[in-house]
Structure formats: structure tokens, C-alpha cells
Design a protein around this ligand. Structure first.
Ligand SMILES: *Cc1c(COP(=O)(O)O)cnc(C)c1O
Length: 461
């Protein structure tokens, strides 16, 4: 063994303890760390020929890189939809690395049984029934991609061809219909060989809505003359957190042949609260469902879950047959269900958080975030110079300048806010008007943070 490696092995407890001290210090200062670092990162250095050892690596990281890391895990980073990491999930994440299990298959370890337990809990949390099976993936983009890959295989089944064997060309032209899809749907369609331009946009409801007009969807499906299609329903749009009427869309299956994929990346968490669960009523009728976990479950990157009712088609797409693995029989190993073969046990941080805080603890995060978003929305609506672009439906405040909201002026406002170090929001265009989004999904955010955000907005507006 190399001498530095042997040294580190002999002082492993000290090394881990120093890493722990750094983590404790950084997490203690998280709320006061600037939300983002806008200046330039250091230039890359040469590859070390002779290693410095673990302690020196830690010291170098702490000095050279750590100061430039953002406060995105903190309470006032409201850009995109960005969760933090609950205390127990951070502990679970550390142990994921320490145990370093390969979650590809069940052989020789209980690790994948823990993943199955966790997926079962999540299924229950989101109100899905036993017909849905699932697996962990790296994020909602991959979850959407897996769901749409199964949809693609289903189209083949309907048309009497096998896409996994013969390729997407065997399908001819594919129709994908959606009201306000997330950008990752286009990416997934590109990856899957269906094509970004096959995504047909269906009109949304009138009156400041992003939810699909189900009557218009009905008409669009009728125009396909019985050709099977894919419908992507959106449960929580990123601009204004609008929800498609999932039950009404599912009811269209009586008259039309389509696969229903629901992107519930963060909106799925409405199911945790009796006050908001009606927004995702009908989710269980979906053929495939995407839910992100590094957003509103507040586990570290990268984690999401995908569910489907057609595991047989999922295995047709993703099975990894080889002389030493063989074709799956019975309960398929995860290696046969997702794009990865070897995979991190990314269920462990989620398992920790669910055991530590339970359904109640996670429901409290969701309800507090929504209450804070509504409070911020009301206060922004009351400020001179700003206006809401849409009502605060759940956890996102979408607002803009009252006068002359050009893209440049709105970007300047976002930059000025980021420069205060107090709050980070991200730009969008809503119904043709440039605006900003403040998305609440961090478990740490409190009423004091909303006061500080209003303070920053008032100073720079
Ligand atoms: C965030 C998000 C995604 C993509 O999630 P990643 O975790 O970044 O891959 C997809 N759909 C919706 C609705 C989202 O909010």
C-alpha cells in the first residue's frame, strides 16, 4: 500500500473527525453565508503527482474552494426549486459513502432491500397504490426520462413492435401532448430518440393558469384518429405551481389510447398535507410518476424516485442481460430498472429522513414553506414598484416590476438581490412577461427569513 494511503488508513478516525468539524462549522454558518458567490472561481491547478494526504486535502479544500461554495442549502436560496438537507439525511448521506454499497442488485447485501422499503414508504407518502413499483434515480430529469422510456415501449406494444429491440424508428411519428411541461421533458424526448419537436403544446386554461385545458386535450387526442400517444401531465409547474386536473385527464382514457406520465417533481409533496392533497388527486391513475427528492424531501443531491404500473415494460427497456447476470426472473434487481448498472445507495439519506421525521415532520416542512410563500407574496403585492404575476398557489412567488418589466431590468433586480447575499431568486418569463420566482422548499426557512427577504427587496427595488 502507498505510504500516504497507509498513513490515512491508520489515522482514519482523526481524518473523519476533522471532516466532521468542517461540516459542523459550515452548517452552523449556513444561514449567514452569502446565498451565492458571484466572483470568479480560482483557475485549475496541476494534477498532484505526489499526494498530500487526507488531512492536507481537507485543509486545501477549506482554504481554496469552500469559501466559494454557495449557500444553496440555506434558508434564503429561493432559486429554481432547491431543497436543503435535513440533519438526518446528511448523516445518512455520509454513511452512504462510508458503506459504499452497490445498489445494482440484491446479491450479498441487504442494501437493496432497504431501497425497496424506502420506495414503499414514498409510494405511500404520495398516495400511490400497490400497483406502482419504483426505484431511485439521480433526479427528476432522469425520473422523467425513465417514465417516458417506459411510455415509448408501451407505444410499441400498442403498435405491435418492440422499441427496445428494433429502435424508436419502428414507431414512426410519436405524439407527446402536454400543457406546461418542464424543460426536462424536451431533454428526455431528445435522449429517447423521440425528438424535442414531437412535444405538442396543448392550450392551458384561461385566466392566469398554467394547467392544461382538458377539453382542448380531449380534442387534440381525438385528432390522432385512435393512434396511441403519450400525455405528460404536470403536477406543479415551476412558474406558478399550477396543477393539471389529473383525475379528468385520466378519465379521457375511456375514449383515447394514451400513456399518462405525471411530472410531480415537487408538486407531489402536496399529497403530504390534507390542505393541499386535492391538488394531486388522481395521481395514482398515472402510468408513470416522477417525484424529486432533493427538492422538497430535503435530502442531499442527487435523489429522485420514479414509479410505474408497468414494470414488465421497464424491464424490457432497461434489463442488462449478460452471461453472469442472466435475465431477470421474479423481483428484478435495480440494475434492470434504471439507466445505471452500478449505483449508489441513494435511498439511504431518504430512509434516514423518513425515519427521523416521519410523515408528520415532512408535512410540517411543506405546510410551513407554503405559509411563508403566501406571506412573502402578500408583502410583495403590497410593495410599491412590484407586482405579482400570478397568485401564490403553493410554494412559489412569481413577481415582477410594476413598471416596464423588460428582461434586462428584471435581470438587474435579480442580480442586485443576489449581490446583497441575502436572497437568491431566478428569472423566468410568465405569460410573455419577464419576472422572478422565489421558490420555498428548504426545511430551514422561517418567518425571520421572509423579513430579511423583504428587507433586501425593499433596499434594491
Ligand atoms: C426540478 C424539476 C425537474 C428536473 O429536476 P432535476 O432534479 O433538476 O433533474 C423536472 N420537472 C419539474 C416540474 C421540476 O420542478
Amino acid at each position: 500500500m502507498h505510504r500516504t494511503l497507509a498513513d490515512d488508513l491508520s489515522r482514519l478516525p482523526e481524518l473523519l473527525s476533522t471532516a466532521r468539524d468542517l461540516a459542523v462549522q459550515e452548517l452552523a454558518g449556513l444561514a449567514e453565508r452569502p446565498v451565492v458567490r458571484l466572483d470568479k472561481a480560482p483557475d485549475p491547478e496541476a494534477l498532484p503527482g505526489i499526494g498530500a494526504g487526507g488531512e492536507a486535502a481537507l485543509a486545501r479544500f477549506a482554504e481554496r474552494w469552500a469559501p466559494g461554495f454557495s449557500g444553496s442549502a440555506g434558508p434564503r436560496y429561493l432559486g429554481f426549486v432547491t431543497g436543503g438537507a435535513t440533519p438526518a439525511s446528511v448523516a445518512g448521506d455520509w454513511l452512504t459513502g462510508a458503506y459504499d454499497q452497490n445498489g445494482s442488485g440484491a446479491a450479498g447485501s441487504w442494501a437493496t432491500a432497504l431501497e425497496r422499503e424506502t420506495v414503499g414508504w414514498l409510494r405511500e407518502l404520495f398516495g400511490l397504490g400497490a400497483a406502482h413499483s419504483g426505484a431511485f434515480v439521480t433526479g427528476a430529469t432522469t425520473s422523467n426520462t425513465v417514465g417516458l422510456a417506459i411510455a415509448r415501449e408501451w407505444l410499441g406494444e400498442r403498435l405491435g413492435v418492440s422499441v427496445s429491440r428494433d429502435g424508436t424508428a419502428a414507431l414512426g411519428r410519436v405524439e407527446v401532448l402536454s400543457g406546461s411541461p418542464h424543460s426536462s421533458i424536451g431533454k428526455a424526448l431528445s435522449v429517447l430518440g423521440i425528438g424535442r419537436d414531437r412535444l405538442r403544446s396543448v392550450p392551458v386554461l384561461p385566466g392566469n393558469r398554467e394547467a392544461v385545458d382538458v377539453a382542448a386535450l380531449d380534442r387534440a387526442l381525438s385528432e390522432l384518429d385512435g393512434r396511441p400517444a403519450i400525455v405528460v401531465a404536470n403536477a406543479g409547474t415551476v412558474n406558478t405551481v399550477d396543477f393539471d386536473d389529473l383525475r379528468a385527464i385520466a378519465a379521457l382514457k375511456e375514449r383515447h389510447d394514451f400513456w399518462l406520465h405525471v411530472d410531480a417533481a415537487f408538486g407531489g409533496f402536496a399529497a403530504l398535507s390534507p390542505s393541499y392533497a386535492a391538488l394531486v388527486d388522481g395521481l395514482d391513475a398515472a402510468d408513470s410518476v416522477c417525484v424529486d427528492l432533493h427538492k422538497w424531501l430535503n435530502v442531499p443531491y442527487d435523489a429522485a424516485v420514479q414509479f410505474t404500473r408497468r414494470r414488465d415494460l421497464q424491464v424490457a427497456v432497461f434489463h442488462n442481460a449478460s452471461p453472469y447476470l442472466g435475465l431477470p426472473v421474479g423481483e428484478p434487481d435495480f440494475v434492470h430498472l434504471t439507466p445505471e448498472n452500478s449505483r449508489r445507495l441513494r435511498a439511504l439519506p431518504a430512509w434516514f429522513s423518513l425515519v427521523a421525521y416521519g410523515r408528520e415532520g415532512h408535512r410540517e416542512i411543506v405546510e410551513r414553506n407554503v405559509a411563508l410563500a403566501r406571506d412573502l407574496g402578500e408583502r410583495i403585492a403590497g410593495l410599491d414598484g412590484l407586482r405579482l404575476l400570478a397568485p401564490v398557489r403553493l410554494n412559489v412567488v412569481c413577481f415582477t416590476l410594476a413598471e416596464d418589466p423588460t428582461r434586462e431590468r428584471v435581470a438587474e433586480l435579480a442580480h442586485a438581490l443576489a449581490e446583497t447575499g441575502e436572497v437568491f431568486v431566478t428569472p423566468t418569463v410568465y405569460d410573455g412577461t419577464p419576472g422572478l420566482r422565489a421558490a420555498f422548499s428548504n426545511w430551514r426557512t422561517s418567518a425571520d427569513d421572509v423579513d430579511r427577504i423583504i428587507g433586501a427587496v425593499t433596499r434594491v427595488r
